[in-house]
Write a protein that binds this ligand. Sequence first.
Ligand SMILES: [Fe+2]
Length: 358
Amino acid sequence: MSRSAVSQEQASAQYPDASAGLKPGWGVSPERQQAIQATLTGLVPHSGRLAPGQLRSITTELARRRELWSDLVVRDPDVRWYLPLHRSNSCDVWLLAWERGQDTDWHDHGGSSGSFAVAEGRLLEQYRAPAGRLSHRRLGPGHAVAFGPGHVHDVAHGGHGSATSIHAYSPPLTAMTYYTSTDYGLIARQTVAIDGPEGGRGRGGPDTALAKASASAARLTSDALPDGAPGIDELLAEARSGIRRLRPEAALAALTDGAVLVDIRPLEQRIVEGEVPGAIIISRNVLEWRLDPRSEARIPALARSDLQIIVMCSQGYASTLAAASLRRIGLTEATDLDGGYQAWQTAGLPTRPAQSLG
Ligand SMILES: [Fe+2]
């Protein structure tokens, strides 16, 4: 709600500021860390997975012990603020501050169980109840909730002044999936690596455990690759060098001349973004089999070398690679929509909501 969606495509192509909307705080003194650790002793096993009830004991106790954190809180009306209070192999614990209008967006916790307790002010939690029904609860000082790994929620400042809360997760948070609320229910939008709680997307400070882990993983990954293997950026540039891509207006003109627009976006994305009337929907994972004139699984009316296929995805990245693959199997006229569905929509060309089966 408070942050625009960033797709995997966009993330890989432009690497946007993934931490926008949440500001970390740093610098809990060793003495304070010791005091927090002493409080947690007995509540946090050194290793192993904690049950939601155990996490609730942690958040409730720390929310009560104001002297451990009250002087550390930073109030920022523009950006939600957080501070890591504790991290072990079994769980991580965070201090969060909330101001009017701030919320997390719909998300899960990547397989971690969790709990949060309100220490000051009020929070509003919307959540997905069993059977997919959406529900909500208002939480005031002293209230705590705990949840298992399947929990999906959107936590927001609940009014009446500033709010502060304590959050705990087990195993420690490493990834979260964000959702969009639609008429069809909550649709998973993207999964992001995180180093902060409740919407701490992407990159954190240089000293975070995630930053170190990411750097280490990056080294391992590139060491393991064969010499000369192109990266995704090179692969994309190579694909684009052989294609005359079409901007939306030019694509519309080509469609008028008999070209076919093929929408390869997944259903979830079409539900969230909408559709182009008349576009042929073919999943990316079967695209070549449907369009190769030699394939038994072809669509006869479309699998023709004299037909121009214009592949469309959301932003015009995956579509280029798909079009290059079609050209490789002999469909030399295949191209893609530059800018994808989003450019088509921005150009004011015809769109409609995703069509339901009912
Ligand atoms: Fe959460």
